[in-house]
Design a protein around this ligand. Structure first.
Ligand code: GLU
Length: 415
């Protein structure tokens, strides 16, 4: 039935279910089912061959009851408004789960960044910064990278933003290069957070990470640092993938060597000694921990029926459809939901924003200890909600987040 649900609709299913479970006043759902503000623009860009291409770009403020909106900018071909709205809302819930003083936002451009030259990418990024300069701000809306963007793109954005506003306010964008006020530990933070959340769950559910088999969908930033953290904790990373395909080795892959291979050849495929499979096949190999760390809607009902793991830690945003959640629950598979599992990235983004505002920078050790504390607290907070209502961890996480956002909205007089 829900197979045709869009990401925004899937997100709403979880929100509605949780609002009903908590017996919240209907106004809560009414407010959060309408993004607060959406700015959509068309960016005409001069390409290297002299032609002009027009790119659709958007930035969304979903809810700012708890603070400035915060969330990444995604560059992805086929990106649409519905997915962006879902991604913005997931940021509202994620930021509330880890108790950051932020609302949720997201932005993006419908573009395949790999199809552009470096100069075209820079021109497009600078055009985005100019178009959205009045819609973002250190106390308004704070972008960061997401799928298809990185620290270099943040650097071009901030350079253009400084020129437009005439002020050097590094806290307006996070996950910047270190030399522009970035925070140590930011690049590795999302994958590290996936590990911290999994480690807490592993103790409660009795699935030791040491000696476990881990399968990871994706091999971008989140997947890579999840892989190295699990590997360093004594797990066997048996499978990883990218958009071209997946690789499997029952004896365990070396995450660093796989990344070197991917950098050299453009794909994880062809890694010596590994068996090759389809990109989605890594989701259904037998393992203890499954980490979907690619895109939304990876786990449909059909895929969930074939999943053969004990625990899922969601590195991606929205990888599991509601219909798949039902199947996973029936199979007794614990899911650490995205809005907790992948919150390490935005948590260190928050640390970067705090450091930028103070002009005082922390050590890697300080960042790591604070990240660990935030992730551990968030996991136990949401587990307490799951226990209180006798529901899976995802619903517990939504209860924690929606409860916090609703409280802020009540004080503000919105509901
Ligand atoms: N794009 C990341 C996410 O989905 C990070 C956002 C941020 O650092 O603001 O959580």
């Amino acid at each position: 039935m829900s197979e045709k649900l869009s990401p925004w609709e899937s997100q709403l299913v979880n929100v509605k279910k949780t609002c009903d479970l908590m017996g919240l006043e209907p106004a809560v759902y009414e407010v959060v089912s309408h993004p607060k503000a959406i700015l959509k623009v068309a960016l005409p860009i001069r390409m290297d061959d002299g032609s002009v291409e027009v790119f659709d770009a958007v930035r969304i403020h979903h809810n700012d009851a708890r603070g400035p909106t915060k969330g990444g900018i995604r560059y992805h071909k086929g990106l649409n408004l519905d997915t962006e709205m879902a991604l913005a809302a997931w940021m509202t819930w994620k930021n509330a789960v880890v108790n950051l003083p932020y609302g949720g936002g997201k932005g993006g451009i419908d573009v395949d960044p790999k199809a552009l030259s470096k100069v075209e990418l820079e021109r497009l990024t600078r055009a985005y910064a100019v178009a959205f300069a009045n819609f973002i701000g250190v106390d308004l809306d704070v972008p960061a990278p997401d799928v298809g963007t990185n620290a270099q793109i943040m650097a071009w954005l901030i350079d253009e933003y400084y020129k437009v506003t005439g002020k050097i306010t590094p806290g307006v964008i996070t996950a910047k290069p270190l030399s522009l006020g970035g925070s140590v530990g930011r690049t590795a933070a999302t994958g590290r957070g996936v590990y911290f959340a999994s480690r807490e769950a592993s103790k409660l559910y009795g699935i030791p990470i040491k000696g476990s088999d881990v399968s990871i969908q994706g091999y971008g930033n989140v997947a890579y640092y999840a892989a190295t953290n699990f590997h360093d904790a004594g797990a066997n990373v048996v499978a990883v993938s990218d958009s071209k395909g997946g690789i499997y080795d029952a004896k365990g892959l070396d995450p660093v060597k796989v990344m070197e291979h991917k950098r050299e050849t453009g794909s994880v495929l062809g890694y010596p000694g590994a068996k090759e499979m389809g990109s989605a096949d890594v989701l259904t190999v037998k393992c203890d921990y499954l980490i979907p760390a690619a895109l939304q809607n990876a786990l449909t009902k059909e895929v969930a029926e074939k999943v053969d793991c004990k625990m899922i830690a969601e590195g991606a945003n929205g990888p599991t459809l509601p219909e798949a959640d039902v199947v996973l629950n029936e199979k007794g598979i614990t899911v650490i939901p995205d809005i907790c599992a992948n919150a390490g990235g935005v948590t260190v983004s928050y640390f970067e924003w705090v450091q930028n505002r103070q002009g005082y920078y922390w050590t890697e050790e300080e960042v790591d200890q604070r990240l660990e504390r935030v992730m551990v607290t968030a996991f136990h907070d949401l587990k307490a909600q799951a226990d209180k209502y006798d529901v899976p961890l995802r619903t517990g996480a939504y209860a924690l987040a929606i409860g916090r956002v609703a409280e802020a909205m009540r004080f503000l007089g919105w509901i």
